[in-house]
Design a protein. Structure first.
Length: 112
């Protein structure tokens, strides 16, 4: 856990979050500002900055993907979008890697 990391604190239960699913390596919780009926963030418990760093931790990367799949199952989503913003210029605002799981409404492409 990294001091001053919001998502580390949510994973540790120090800051409230609406947990959808968790296991030894990953935690899924609802986004505070949802853009769709389902908007869940999936993070590794390990503090990893972004997708580039996550790629160096195969067990954590696998756990994140499996947790995304589990969130979709729990939420009853056959169709959903998974987004990992990497870098401020791409919209990353919290520098603990997270996969947005978005669904429950129609989703257009390309995104904004
Ligand atoms: P990104 O912009 O890709 O880094 O996404 C960060 C997301 O984190 C954004 O959709 C809003 C969400 N978020 C920010 N602060 C909190 C919080 O305190 N709790 C929860 N549950 N989500 C948060």
């Amino acid at each position: 856990m990294l001091n001053d990391c919001l998502f580390c604190a949510i994973a540790a239960g120090e800051i409230p979050g609406t947990i959808v699913h968790q296991d030894e390596l990953a935690v899924a919780f609802r986004d505070i500002d949802p853009v769709a009926p389902t908007h869940v963030l999936v993070i590794p418990r390990r503090h990893v900055r972004d997708l580039g760093e996550l790629a160096d931790h195969a067990d954590d990367a696998q756990a994140v993907l499996a947790a995304v799949r589990e969130v979709a199952r729990i939420e009853g989503l056959a169709d959903y979008r998974t987004v990992l913003n990497t870098g401020a210029g791409a919209g990353q605002s919290v520098f603990h890697v997270h996969a947005h799981v978005i669904g429950g409404r129609g989703l257009s492409w390309p995104p904004g």
